[in-house]
Design a protein. Structure first.
Length: 369
């Protein structure tokens, strides 16, 4: 890419005191198979060695453009600063502690080029916890049909925005009144414009640690996400959620499900959303049945293990409303998507440990021969 031409992709990354991981994040972008990009890095008032590390990379690679803030401006302001300087026709987000796999940009650009009706793509990821890679299932599921994204976003965060790539100029910058849910709000506004798709490939390793904002300010995050969720439900189902309804609906897809006190109210909301969704997308009517039942079966298993009989009663109330076929298919879904992969993972780990143990024994015996 020459200095006079515009790149196809602008990668935007904001970092604050990220000396532990920022070098790995930068390298993961520079080593992409797709090379037609510029890389805007915003040093958001870091007080550690982050600035020095970024500048070292910028000196070696002209595609890196560095912005320095004298004080910490928060993520939304930093990202908007970077977006204002972006020249690419596609915007790719990158977090300063995550690792993009080598083909991430290539896969996302190819999909957007081949599907003009799609405004944004994300993808699946594996978790990095204490520098250990976890290959288990995560909430970010493959949704090749973009009609499913609004449905999933009504219940839970269903696409990793820090791994997103979207068309430049199709949506306004991040909203300053959504400081802890700017990503959820951006997905909502993108969904109103065009389709969003989760690619089936694992495109990154996402780091989870004590400095994640969802760990530090969980209550604030969930409160502002419920505001975005109410916007989504109002958009797809023409239903204004109350605060308590919003909590129950969001809890349907996360750890707060046991706190639901009025399953009848939740059932009414689920039915209204399902009917509206089915009217808009008749082909996916049965899918929405299965989604609701599958979520409830997941929580039913947890309730049975804990012996929470009140919760079991609530779950049975919701599950059996939808009839036998969604229940049967949802049981098969759970077996295929949850039980069997985890069972295979356990067997594989057991075999690896057994093999390592055998090798160690052989080594010890060899020493005494």
């Amino acid at each position: 890419m020459s200095s006079s031409s515009s790149p196809s992709v602008t990668v935007v990354m904001s970092v604050y005191n990220g000396e532990a991981y920022v070098a790995e994040a930068i390298c993961s972008i520079l080593e992409q198979t797709y090379q037609d990009f510029e890389f805007i890095i915003i040093n958001d008032g870091s007080t550690d060695s982050t600035q020095m590390l970024i500048c070292q990379y910028a000196e070696r690679d002209s595609r890196i453009r560095v912005i320095h803030h004298s004080q910490n401006m928060m993520l939304v302001y930093s990202l908007n600063h970077g977006l204002a300087l972006a020249r690419g026709k596609y915007i790719a987000r990158q977090d300063a502690d995550d690792i993009s796999l080598p083909k991430r940009l290539e896969q996302q650009v190819n999909y957007l080029e081949q599907n003009p009706e799609v405004v944004a793509v994300s993808g699946r990821f594996h978790r990095l916890v204490s520098n250990r890679l976890h290959h288990g299932e995560n909430i970010i599921v493959h949704m090749g049909n973009p009609m499913l994204m609004p449905w999933h976003m009504a219940f839970a965060y269903s696409a990793q925005h820090s791994l997103s790539m979207y068309r430049a100029g199709v949506v306004a910058p991040y909203r300053k009144d959504r400081l802890h849910s700017e990503d959820y709000d951006m997905w909502y506004r993108l969904m109103k414009i065009g389709h969003i798709v989760n690619l089936p490939q694992v495109i990154a390793h996402v780091r989870l640690h004590e400095n994640n904002i969802t760990r530090i300010k969980r209550n604030e995050v969930e409160a502002t996400m419920r505001i975005c969720q109410r916007d989504i439900v109002n958009w797809i189902a023409d239903h204004i959620l109350s605060e308590s309804e919003s909590f129950d609906l969001q809890a349907f897809g996360n750890r707060h499900f046991a706190a639901i006190k009025n399953p009848e109210v939740l059932q009414t909301i689920l039915l209204k959303i399902q009917q509206t969704f089915a009217n808009q997308y008749p082909h996916w009517r049965f899918y929405s049945h299965r989604f609701i039942v599958r979520h409830n079966l997941h929580w039913l298993i947890i309730a049975l293990v804990k012996g929470d009989f009140k919760q079991i009663q609530r779950l049975f109330f919701i599950i059996f409303y939808w009839g036998p076929w969604p229940i049967l298919l949802s049981v098969l879904d759970l077996l295929y998507l949850q039980v069997l992969p985890r069972l295979w993972f356990m067997i594989k780990n057991f075999m690896i440990r057994k093999e390592n143990c055998s090798r160690s024994t052989e080594s010890v015996l060899h020493l005494f021969q």
